[in-house]
Design a protein around this ligand. Structure first.
Ligand SMILES: O=C(O)CCC(=O)C(=O)O
Ligand SMILES: [Fe+2]
Length: 702
């Protein structure tokens, strides 16, 4: 065992927590020295300390807000200053005392977490180190949980995806070990509720949906309470940046209070943002009410359906569906029962939120405060006339306006998210088009390796399937492999059956995502799957002017002069969506690009890499081409999807049957092959060493 790094603090259980920053730094030092057990202890202590800090802040915030005399003025109207000053001082004093009691002398001030560390924790970086340290300590269940926790917040992290794939193959790790140690539980409840509702299981969905709403409201509460401490954190940062306020006492207090209010207004957004996502689920609370209403209505709980519809109307009094439902209930029930009103929790939330918005708008108008209302439901009448125009403009810049709407429980977003590790990297607007998307993380490097090997073996001498000159350019060779050909080659022993199987599986993965994203209501079928490699012909690359693939559209004949695209033969007119799943990036040139219908003006460009999927509608709105590949070999799965069942890829079924037949034949032999009981340790650092010793290890493990 390596020696312990010097200067490690002694951890004493029960003692007040130490600064998370220092603990984390010490943890990383221990990790670097290979002292796995102290590394784990310190990293966990850093997490614990940070959690304790947050908890104390929230508890004290809630307690001190309720102190007698600490109530804040309901309105920032003259003369608000003396009252605000008194209340703010009372609270600050109470907070200081309370936090010192919970966290030891100095309280939260002593333990404040720097910005860099806050970001690292938000990205769940400690779990990356914890995973590897646990692995070294042979605590596989904890390693799996740490890996899972990290991956949830970093779904595109390829190294971790590979590690995870290894953990999943280890028999000793049970599925329940892949726990998420950080995500608040309401997300799981919420997902389960929606899933059940999507499957028409309203009775089962109801308790989940109800619990999810209550839990998320509780998280909003605790987030709000945590806002009391914000000024301290921000002031420290401003001091570091030298941008503190220059005003007098009243100004400082008002500023502080405005910050607290702003922080509170963002709590719903906060809790509606899934780990690993950069934008919140839009309209989180109202949509939960919609689903609750829908579920209660389906089950026939009229009064609860009514209660939820009335609550929704508090957010959106003009909501048409809600009003219609309301009318219907009134007709059914006669006069609405006097005991049925909107939900109390929602009523309370809205009243308080509107009160705070009022103060913020006042501050915006009179105190030059800036405030960006995160809620789309704030009644227009609430916003001072002078500010409305400006706000409308700002609202149009909301990031999720460009995202596909998340309305129905089974909406495509959820399905997209369900594929572990996949992230949306660029949407249509980022790609300057209407129906285009780029997703990453569909394949692990090992999977790309397997498919590249398949392409390579398929062109090898044994297969008799030689690369030929490209139909698109004399300067490249072009090889294409269909699913059926791959299965036949596998059967003949010319390629690895795993590769042929993965070809089917990977294309299906891409299809699922393309359908989920573009066509959630209507099934898309693969109509053609083609593993394509383009290789530069050596010595012919000087001053090439041509493209690897000329600009074209996939389902119509493009006329660049008029910009029209004729959906007629020889085009494959039944193709509705195109997909390119890239396998490598170790070549020169070869970026995919989109153009205007003039086939000249480039509007977006995509650099291929392992696991990256570009999908787009196949029509004249998406003319595209490929830049010359000037060195190396560029491989991709080219996929075309169709709505027309009669054009689905017949060869797929055939290929599946072939592979299944060979699998059954091969079964007996495999039995005594004996699997290696100790897979190589995950992790970048360690993997290098093992790879050097056993170069083909990863491939064989698949
Ligand atoms: O390989 C690519 O990136 C694009 C290929 C393409 O557009 C096609 O085969 O129709
Ligand atoms: Fe194309």
């Amino acid at each position: 065992e390596p020696p312990e790094p010097p200067g490690l603090p002694v951890l004493s259980p029960g003692a007040p927590p130490q600064t998370p920053d220092l603990l984390y730094a010490d943890g990383l030092r221990a990790y670097a020295a290979g002292a796995w057990a102290p590394a784990v202890a310190l990293l966990r202590e850093a997490l614990r300390s940070r959690a304790a800090l947050g908890r104390a802040r929230r508890d004290c915030g809630a307690r001190c807000a309720a102190e007698p005399g600490a109530a804040l003025p309901a309105r920032l109207r003259d003369p608000w200053e003396p009252q605000l000053l008194r209340a703010a001082l009372l609270r600050a004093e109470c907070l200081g005392r309370c936090e010192a009691r919970a966290l030891g002398a100095g309280g939260a001030g002593r333990l404040r977490v720097g910005r860099a560390l806050r970001d690292a924790f938000r990205r769940r970086e400690p779990y990356n180190y914890l995973q590897r340290a646990y692995y070294q300590l042979k605590k596989l269940d904890m390693a799996a949980a740490a890996a899972h926790t990290f991956l949830v917040a970093n779904p595109a992290h390829l190294q971790m995806r590979e590690d995870m794939a290894k953990y999943r193959r280890m028999a000793r790790i049970r599925p329940q070990n892949f726990r998420d140690l950080e995500t608040p539980p309401y997300w799981a409840t919420y997902d389960e509720g929606l899933e059940l509702l999507g499957r028409q299981e309203a009775v089962l969905a109801l308790p989940r949906l109800e619990e999810a709403l209550q839990e998320s409201l509780a998280y909003v509460e605790s987030c709000r309470a945590g806002c009391e401490g914000v000024e301290e954190q921000q002031r420290n940062e401003e001091e570091e940046a030298g941008t503190g306020s220059q005003g007098g006492l009243y100004e400082a207090i008002a500023e502080h209070w405005i910050r607290v209010l702003q922080c509170r207004q963002h709590c719903v957004e906060d809790i509606a943002t899934r780990p690993g996502r950069s934008f919140p689920v839009p309209d989180f609370l109202p949509s939960q009410l919609r689903w609750l209403h829908q579920a209660h209505a389906q089950v026939g709980n009229l009064s609860q359906a009514l209660e939820n519809v009335l609550s929704l109307l508090l957010f959106y009094p003009e909501d048409e569906a809600a009003r219609k439902a309301l009318e219907q209930y009134q007709a059914q029930l006669g006069q609405p029962l006097p005991s049925v009103g909107p939900r109390e929790d929602i009523q309370h939330f809205i009243q308080r939120s509107l009160g705070e918005k009022q103060q913020l708008y006042y501050a915006m108008e009179h105190l030059e405060a800036s405030f960006k209302d995160p809620d789309p439901w704030t009644p227009a009448a609430f916003i001072p006339e002078a500010l409305r125009e400006q706000l409308r403009e700002d609202q149009e810049k909301r990031p999720w306006d460009h995202e596909p709407p998340q309305q129905k429980p089974s909406a495509h977003w959820k399905d997209v998210l369900l594929l572990e590790g996949v992230t949306l990297t660029q949407d249509a607007s980022q790609l300057n088009g209407s129906e285009r998307v780029m997703l990453d993380g569909l394949l692990t490097p090992a999977e790309c390796g397997e498919l590249l090997q398949l392409a390579k073996d398929a062109t090898g001498a044994r297969s008799g399937y030689q690369g030929r000159r490209s139909p698109h350019t004399p300067h490249e060779r072009f090889e294409g492999l269909t699913v059926l050909k791959a299965a036949q080659l596998a059967r003949a022993g010319a390629v690895r059956p795993q590769g042929a199987k993965l070809l089917l599986e990977a294309s299906e993965r891409a299809r699922t995502l393309t359908q989920a994203y573009f066509s959630p209501e209507r099934p898309l079928h693969l109509s053609f799957t083609h593993l394509v490699c383009r290789s530069a012909v050596e010595g012919e690359q000087e001053q090439r002017m041509d493209l690897s693939h000329a600009v074209h559209a996939d389902n119509c004949v493009l006329d660049p002069d008029t910009g029209e695209c004729w959906r007629e033969p020889p085009a494959y007119t039944y193709r509705d969506y195109s997909g390119l799943l890239y396998l490598n990036d170790d070549f020169q040139g070869g970026d995919l690009f989109f153009t205007e219908p003039d086939a000249l003006t480039v509007t977006a460009q995509v650099h291929p890499r392992c696991g990256r999927l570009v999908a787009f509608s196949s029509g004249g709105e998406n003319p595209h081409g490929v830049w010359a590949v000037t060195r190396g070999r560029r491989c991709a799965l080219a996929l075309w999807h169709t709505w027309a069942l009669e054009h689905r890829e017949q060869e797929r079924t055939e290929a599946q049957e072939l592979l299944k037949a060979s699998e059954e034949e091969g079964e007996e032999e495999e039995e005594d092959n004996g699997k290696d009981p100790s897979p190589e340790p995950p992790g970048r650092v360690l993997q290098g060493i093992h790879k050097a010793a056993k170069p083909s290890r990863v491939r064989e493990e698949l």
